[in-house]
Write a protein that binds this ligand. Structure first.
Ligand SMILES: Cc1cc2nc3c(=O)[nH]c(=O)nc-3n(C[C@H](O)[C@H](O)[C@H](O)COP(=O)(O)O)c2cc1C
Length: 219
């Protein structure tokens, strides 16, 4: 049996699923529950201080023509430090945290002052990336060094943009290489799931991990 949703169900009126549109989120996002990978993007601000931005609306892909591995940051706030510093320096590092580092990475949101070293002030270690001019987080199990390629608004005039970065190279912990599905793997963001057939008074976002269910293609 399937439910069918084209307009926002009446049961969602007055819930977070409705008023989150004021922050740019559509009600469909909450009932469809599609997870996205979570990581911390690091750059240098124009004053030389490390910037760190939690990011999770994103996808990864390769290109047939000319090769290469790319990340599309699907929704970057034009008013944030990430947007500003990416436009200035044209490089960034994507840092993937295991669950024990989640709290420290979240602290970067409070430590978001322009003057702050957002990595160190959140209890993490900033080190220089190898191939691009950006900082990276030593404790994260994977750091992908990237260069900026292009940006585009999903809807003309939006205050968030889609940005494409090319992955130049990466630093990857041995534990992750040996077991990508274990406790030390990529975290996913599940944005406040809502069941319109059984709306709860309060809900929350979830941090999720990956579980292997079936073998897929064999090459
Ligand atoms: C799990 C999580 C995911 C986030 N994903 C995004 C995102 O995809 N795009 C975005 O603009 N902000 C996102 N944010 C909000 C930014 O991390 C937050 O506004 C941050 O303070 C911006 O930092 P900046 O000004 O240094 O760029 C996310 C926050 C959290 C907690």
């Amino acid at each position: 049996m399937k439910y069918h949703y084209k307009e926002m169900p009446e049961s969602m009126s007055g819930t977070y699923g409705e008023f989150a549109k004021n922050f740019g989120f559509d009600w469909k996002e909450f009932i469809m529950g599609i997870p996205t990978p979570m990581f911390l993007v690091t750059t240098y601000k124009s004053n030389g201080q490390p910037n760190a931005t939690m990011q999770s609306w994103a996808g990864f892909t390769s290109a047939n023509h000319g090769g290469g591995y790319y990340v599309i940051l699907c929704s970057v706030n034009k008013r944030g430090h990430l947007y500003q510093s990416l436009n200035e320096k044209k490089v960034a590092v994507l840092n993937f945290m295991s669950s024990d580092l989640y709290e420290a990475c979240m602290k970067t949101i409070q430590n978001n002052q322009f003057e702050a070293d957002e990595i160190t002030s959140s209890g993490l270690t900033a080190e220089k990336a190898s191939w691009v001019e950006a900082p990276m987080v030593a404790e994260c199990f994977m750091n992908l060094e990237c260069r900026y390629l292009w940006e585009k608004e999903i809807v003309p005039g939006d205050d968030h943009v889609m940005i494409c970065l090319e992955v130049v190279g990466g630093h990857i912990e041995k534990d992750y290489m040996e077991d990508m599905f274990g406790d030390k793997g990529i975290l996913y963001n599940v944005h406040y799931p809502i069941n319109p057939e059984n709306v709860k008074e309060k809900g929350c976002d979830y941090v999720a991990a990956l579980r292997k269910v079936n073998q897929s293609y064999e090459y």
